[in-house]
Ligand binder design. Structure first.
Ligand code: ZN
Ligand code: ZN
Length: 349
């Protein structure tokens, strides 16, 4: 049994991670939930033992923790539980033959890269600025395909984080939320934006700076109001330039407790105290930062979602050391090494 607890907070530097020896890295991966030295059999809930494939008999001289080697891709969990069942004439002893690869379900499953390389790749990925594919390829010397695959795996983790963390409503009674839309990317031709790009709607709560950015296909009023109802809590004062006419200041609207969006028809109907600035500077600043992170290539909607998720993650963890800790915790949520999907009956005669 290991007594390594899950890390709730640590501040590793890039150098500290790079310099870790195998044992330090093993401890780091267990404490951040990427691998485990405790596995419950999904069939009988007994603790499994770790086997090196070449050793058929259980090796009791070492603990599971000691048996873990980051360079051994042929480690297996096995359940040795036996039980008696009533046969036709007499009781028979049957054995639970549950077996699963140690690396199955981990972030490292099916990869030819070393565990060390993957960890270093994650650290470089999450601490460098876009465009990073060339940088990563140059730094690691992997094939283009391998780099793109791993960049995609990282984007999946960030999207998953984004769905879990940015689906909460912002605002509420007494709170002010700025809402605006913007077009990301797109190619400029003859000084005019003619094709590509992605419209997004974004909102930021002024007091807490909590925010959302959502790609939209159409910019009709119905879509915008639907998103506002989904992302902003009733009772929120909203400052927005979505409905204003060209050149006039952003409007001060109100999302009623019944979820009705009240838009003033003239300035005297304003729902916000005169002391509150009628501007959308905060959300516009976020859009500007985000745009700087987006390359000028032709991109798909999926690409934009990836850049938005990465932007929100970096914004949530501006300190690089906090970010390194957090990215590994997020990977472990998506790739939980204790999750064994295969629940078939492993008992055999
Ligand atoms: Zn940590
Ligand atoms: Zn079992």
């Amino acid at each position: 049994m290991s007594n390594i607890e899950i890390c709730m907070e640590c501040k590793p530097s890039i150098r500290e991670i790079i310099k870790m020896n195998e044992d330090e890295l093993k401890k780091f991966l267990i404490s951040h939930g990427l691998i485990t030295d405790i596995m419950k059999c999904p069939n009988c809930q007994e603790s499994c033992n770790l086997y090196n494939e070449s050793i058929k008999k259980p090796d009791r001289s070492q603990t599971n923790y000691e048996k873990i080697s980051l360079t051994n891709k042929r480690l297996y969990w096995r359940c040795q539980k036996t039980k008696y069942v009533q046969g036709n004439k007499r009781k028979k002893l049957i054995k639970c033959n549950f077996m699963s690869s140690f690396w199955a379900h981990t972030f490292f499953a099916k990869s030819q890269l070393s565990i060390e390389d993957i960890i270093h790749f994650v650290v470089f990925f999450i601490t460098s600025n876009a465009p990073k594919t060339d940088l990563l390829q140059d730094e690691f010397g992997f094939s283009r395909k391998t780099v793109i695959d791993w960049v995609n795996f990282m984007h999946e983790v960030l999207l998953d984080w984004s769905f879990r963390n940015n689906s909460l409503m912002i605002g509420g009674e007494g709170k002010v939320v700025e809402v605006s839309e913007s077009k990301l990317g797109g190619l400029i031709c003859n000084g005019e934006r003619v094709y590509g790009g992605q419209w997004v709607i974004g909102g930021i709560e002024r007091s807490s700076k909590k925010m959302f950015i959502i790609p939209i296909k159409t910019r009709d009023e119905e879509t915008l109001i639907q998103i506002i109802r989904k992302t902003i809590a009733p009772g929120t004062k909203i400052v927005s330039d979505l409905w204003k006419s060209y050149d006039s200041p952003p409007q001060e609207c109100f999302l009623s407790l019944e979820g009705e969006l009240l838009i003033p028809t003239n300035h005297s109907e304003s729902f916000i105290d005169q002391a509150t600035d009628a501007n959308t500077q905060n959300i516009e600043r976020c859009f500007r930062y985000l745009k700087r992170k987006i390359p000028k290539n032709k991109l798909t909607e999926e690409h934009y979602s990836n850049y938005i998720a990465e932007f929100l993650f970096v914004r949530a963890y501006p300190n690089i050391r906090d970010r390194i800790h957090q990215i590994f915790r997020e990977i472990s949520i998506m790739y939980d090494p204790t999750r064994l999907n295969d629940k078939r009956n492993y008992y055999e005669n």
